[in-house]
Design a protein around this ligand. Structure first.
Ligand SMILES: O=P(O)(O)OC[C@H]1O[C@H](OP(=O)(O)OP(=O)(O)O)[C@H](O)[C@@H]1O
Ligand code: HPA
Length: 180
Protein backbone atom coordinates (compact mmCIF):
# COMPACT_ATOMS: atom_id res chain seq x y z
CA UNK A 1 0.00 0.00 0.00
CA UNK A 2 1.26 3.46 -0.91
CA UNK A 3 2.55 5.68 1.91
CA UNK A 4 2.63 8.76 -0.31
CA UNK A 5 -0.33 11.05 0.47
CA UNK A 6 -2.77 11.62 -2.35
CA UNK A 7 -6.10 13.30 -2.97
CA UNK A 8 -8.96 12.23 -5.20
CA UNK A 9 -10.61 14.71 -7.57
CA UNK A 10 -14.04 13.75 -8.91
CA UNK A 11 -13.97 13.06 -12.64
CA UNK A 12 -17.30 11.32 -13.38
CA UNK A 13 -20.26 11.71 -11.03
CA UNK A 14 -22.47 8.85 -9.83
CA UNK A 15 -25.36 10.50 -11.69
CA UNK A 16 -23.44 10.60 -14.98
CA UNK A 17 -22.49 6.93 -14.58
CA UNK A 18 -26.12 5.92 -13.98
CA UNK A 19 -27.29 7.88 -17.03
CA UNK A 20 -24.63 6.30 -19.23
CA UNK A 21 -25.52 2.80 -18.02
CA UNK A 22 -29.13 3.41 -19.07
CA UNK A 23 -27.93 4.33 -22.58
CA UNK A 24 -25.58 1.35 -22.82
CA UNK A 25 -28.35 -1.04 -21.77
CA UNK A 26 -30.55 0.06 -24.67
CA UNK A 27 -27.83 -1.07 -27.11
CA UNK A 28 -27.02 -4.28 -25.23
CA UNK A 29 -30.69 -5.28 -24.96
CA UNK A 30 -31.01 -4.80 -28.71
CA UNK A 31 -27.94 -6.97 -29.40
CA UNK A 32 -29.05 -9.84 -27.14
CA UNK A 33 -32.83 -9.62 -27.49
CA UNK A 34 -33.01 -13.10 -29.08
CA UNK A 35 -30.71 -14.76 -26.50
CA UNK A 36 -32.31 -17.27 -24.12
CA UNK A 37 -30.09 -16.64 -21.13
CA UNK A 38 -27.10 -14.38 -21.49
CA UNK A 39 -24.01 -15.18 -19.40
CA UNK A 40 -22.74 -11.90 -17.96
CA UNK A 41 -19.14 -12.35 -16.81
CA UNK A 42 -17.73 -9.81 -14.37
CA UNK A 43 -13.97 -9.43 -14.13
CA UNK A 44 -13.07 -9.25 -10.45
CA UNK A 45 -12.42 -7.38 -8.56
CA UNK A 46 -12.83 -4.03 -10.29
CA UNK A 47 -16.13 -4.67 -12.09
CA UNK A 48 -18.20 -5.71 -9.07
CA UNK A 49 -20.06 -2.39 -8.78
CA UNK A 50 -20.50 -1.88 -12.52
CA UNK A 51 -21.88 -5.38 -13.14
CA UNK A 52 -24.35 -5.00 -10.26
CA UNK A 53 -25.79 -1.80 -11.74
CA UNK A 54 -25.59 -3.09 -15.31
CA UNK A 55 -27.52 -6.35 -14.85
CA UNK A 56 -30.25 -4.61 -12.87
CA UNK A 57 -30.71 -2.01 -15.61
CA UNK A 58 -30.44 -4.59 -18.40
CA UNK A 59 -33.71 -6.32 -17.62
CA UNK A 60 -32.92 -9.47 -19.63
CA UNK A 61 -32.75 -13.10 -18.45
CA UNK A 62 -29.12 -13.38 -17.38
CA UNK A 63 -26.81 -15.73 -15.58
CA UNK A 64 -24.04 -13.95 -13.68
CA UNK A 65 -20.60 -15.47 -13.35
CA UNK A 66 -17.21 -14.10 -12.31
CA UNK A 67 -13.61 -14.50 -13.31
CA UNK A 68 -10.83 -12.95 -11.28
CA UNK A 69 -7.86 -11.59 -13.20
CA UNK A 70 -5.05 -9.56 -11.73
CA UNK A 71 -2.05 -7.77 -13.17
CA UNK A 72 -1.53 -4.57 -11.18
CA UNK A 73 -1.15 -5.73 -7.57
CA UNK A 74 -0.71 -2.57 -5.46
CA UNK A 75 1.07 -0.68 -8.24
CA UNK A 76 -0.04 2.01 -10.71
CA UNK A 77 1.72 0.13 -13.51
CA UNK A 78 0.59 -3.09 -15.17
CA UNK A 79 2.91 -6.08 -14.66
CA UNK A 80 1.74 -7.13 -18.15
CA UNK A 81 1.33 -10.61 -16.71
CA UNK A 82 -2.32 -11.46 -16.30
CA UNK A 83 -2.95 -14.04 -13.59
CA UNK A 84 -6.28 -15.83 -13.44
CA UNK A 85 -7.04 -16.16 -9.74
CA UNK A 86 -10.56 -17.51 -10.07
CA UNK A 87 -12.17 -19.19 -13.07
CA UNK A 88 -15.82 -19.16 -14.14
CA UNK A 89 -18.09 -21.53 -12.31
CA UNK A 90 -20.19 -22.36 -15.38
CA UNK A 91 -19.61 -23.63 -18.92
CA UNK A 92 -19.89 -21.11 -21.77
CA UNK A 93 -19.66 -23.38 -24.83
CA UNK A 94 -22.36 -22.31 -27.28
CA UNK A 95 -23.64 -19.63 -24.89
CA UNK A 96 -23.83 -15.88 -25.58
CA UNK A 97 -21.46 -14.07 -23.26
CA UNK A 98 -21.00 -10.45 -22.20
CA UNK A 99 -17.68 -9.72 -20.50
CA UNK A 100 -17.86 -6.77 -18.11
CA UNK A 101 -14.64 -4.88 -17.43
CA UNK A 102 -14.25 -1.77 -15.30
CA UNK A 103 -11.37 -0.19 -17.22
CA UNK A 104 -9.33 -0.95 -20.33
CA UNK A 105 -5.92 0.64 -19.89
CA UNK A 106 -2.98 -1.20 -21.52
CA UNK A 107 -5.56 -3.78 -22.66
CA UNK A 108 -3.54 -6.78 -21.46
CA UNK A 109 -6.29 -7.96 -19.10
CA UNK A 110 -9.16 -7.81 -21.58
CA UNK A 111 -7.07 -9.31 -24.39
CA UNK A 112 -6.01 -12.23 -22.20
CA UNK A 113 -9.52 -12.89 -20.91
CA UNK A 114 -11.14 -12.69 -24.36
CA UNK A 115 -8.54 -15.15 -25.70
CA UNK A 116 -9.23 -17.52 -22.82
CA UNK A 117 -13.01 -17.38 -23.22
CA UNK A 118 -12.89 -17.64 -27.04
CA UNK A 119 -10.96 -20.91 -26.63
CA UNK A 120 -14.08 -22.32 -24.92
CA UNK A 121 -16.19 -21.80 -28.06
CA UNK A 122 -18.93 -19.51 -26.79
CA UNK A 123 -21.76 -18.26 -29.04
CA UNK A 124 -21.54 -14.49 -29.37
CA UNK A 125 -18.87 -12.97 -27.15
CA UNK A 126 -19.15 -9.24 -26.55
CA UNK A 127 -17.30 -6.93 -24.21
CA UNK A 128 -18.19 -3.80 -22.30
CA UNK A 129 -15.92 -1.51 -20.30
CA UNK A 130 -17.07 1.40 -18.17
CA UNK A 131 -13.83 3.28 -18.84
CA UNK A 132 -11.39 3.30 -21.71
CA UNK A 133 -7.94 4.91 -21.65
CA UNK A 134 -6.98 4.64 -25.34
CA UNK A 135 -3.76 6.65 -25.01
CA UNK A 136 -2.25 3.91 -22.81
CA UNK A 137 -3.08 0.94 -25.04
CA UNK A 138 -0.34 -1.66 -25.61
CA UNK A 139 -2.55 -4.28 -27.30
CA UNK A 140 -5.04 -4.31 -30.15
CA UNK A 141 -8.13 -4.77 -28.02
CA UNK A 142 -11.22 -2.52 -27.90
CA UNK A 143 -14.41 -3.17 -25.97
CA UNK A 144 -17.62 -3.39 -28.00
CA UNK A 145 -19.28 -0.86 -25.69
CA UNK A 146 -17.53 1.84 -23.70
CA UNK A 147 -19.01 4.02 -20.99
CA UNK A 148 -16.47 6.85 -21.01
CA UNK A 149 -13.21 7.46 -22.80
CA UNK A 150 -10.83 9.12 -20.35
CA UNK A 151 -7.39 10.77 -20.48
CA UNK A 152 -4.24 9.23 -19.04
CA UNK A 153 -5.08 9.61 -15.34
CA UNK A 154 -5.00 6.97 -12.64
CA UNK A 155 -8.61 6.61 -11.52
CA UNK A 156 -10.39 5.05 -8.56
CA UNK A 157 -13.92 4.53 -7.30
CA UNK A 158 -17.05 2.70 -8.44
CA UNK A 159 -15.22 -0.61 -7.91
CA UNK A 160 -11.78 0.54 -9.04
CA UNK A 161 -8.91 0.64 -6.53
CA UNK A 162 -5.54 2.06 -5.81
CA UNK A 163 -3.71 -0.50 -3.67
CA UNK A 164 -7.09 -2.07 -2.75
CA UNK A 165 -8.58 1.19 -1.46
CA UNK A 166 -11.31 3.52 -2.74
CA UNK A 167 -13.39 0.82 -4.47
CA UNK A 168 -16.40 2.00 -2.43
CA UNK A 169 -16.49 5.58 -3.74
CA UNK A 170 -19.79 6.10 -5.63
CA UNK A 171 -18.07 8.18 -8.35
CA UNK A 172 -14.94 7.93 -10.51
CA UNK A 173 -12.13 10.16 -9.28
CA UNK A 174 -8.57 10.77 -10.37
CA UNK A 175 -5.65 10.30 -8.02
CA UNK A 176 -3.46 13.37 -7.51
CA UNK A 177 -0.26 13.68 -5.52
CA UNK A 178 -0.15 17.24 -4.11
CA UNK A 179 3.60 16.96 -3.38
CA UNK A 180 4.59 16.53 -7.03
O1 LIG B 1 -5.98 -2.83 -19.39
P1 LIG B 1 -5.08 -3.20 -18.26
O2 LIG B 1 -3.81 -2.39 -18.23
O3 LIG B 1 -4.79 -4.67 -18.21
O4 LIG B 1 -5.81 -2.78 -16.92
C1 LIG B 1 -7.14 -3.06 -16.63
C2 LIG B 1 -7.30 -3.99 -15.46
O5 LIG B 1 -6.55 -3.51 -14.34
C3 LIG B 1 -7.35 -3.56 -13.18
O6 LIG B 1 -7.30 -4.83 -12.59
P2 LIG B 1 -6.26 -5.25 -11.46
O7 LIG B 1 -5.19 -6.11 -12.03
O8 LIG B 1 -5.82 -4.03 -10.71
O9 LIG B 1 -7.15 -6.16 -10.53
P3 LIG B 1 -8.51 -5.77 -9.76
O10 LIG B 1 -9.61 -5.71 -10.79
O11 LIG B 1 -8.69 -6.87 -8.79
O12 LIG B 1 -8.30 -4.42 -9.08
C4 LIG B 1 -8.73 -3.28 -13.71
O13 LIG B 1 -9.72 -3.74 -12.82
C5 LIG B 1 -8.76 -4.00 -15.03
O14 LIG B 1 -9.20 -5.33 -14.92
O1 HPA C 1 -6.49 3.99 -13.77
C1 HPA C 1 -6.52 2.90 -13.13
N1 HPA C 1 -6.88 2.85 -11.82
C2 HPA C 1 -6.92 1.70 -11.12
N2 HPA C 1 -6.63 0.52 -11.64
C3 HPA C 1 -6.26 0.49 -12.93
N3 HPA C 1 -5.93 -0.56 -13.70
C4 HPA C 1 -5.67 -0.09 -14.90
N4 HPA C 1 -5.82 1.25 -14.94
C5 HPA C 1 -6.21 1.64 -13.71
Amino acid sequence: MSERPYVIDEMISAKAIAARIEELCVAIREEFRDTDKLVVVGLLRGSFVFIADLVRELDLPVEVDFLEASSYGDSMESSREVRILKDLRGQIEGRDVLVVEDIVDTGHTLKHVVGLLESRNPGRLRTIALLDKPSRRETDVTADWIGFSIPDEFVVGYGIDYAQRNRNLPYIGKVRFPDS
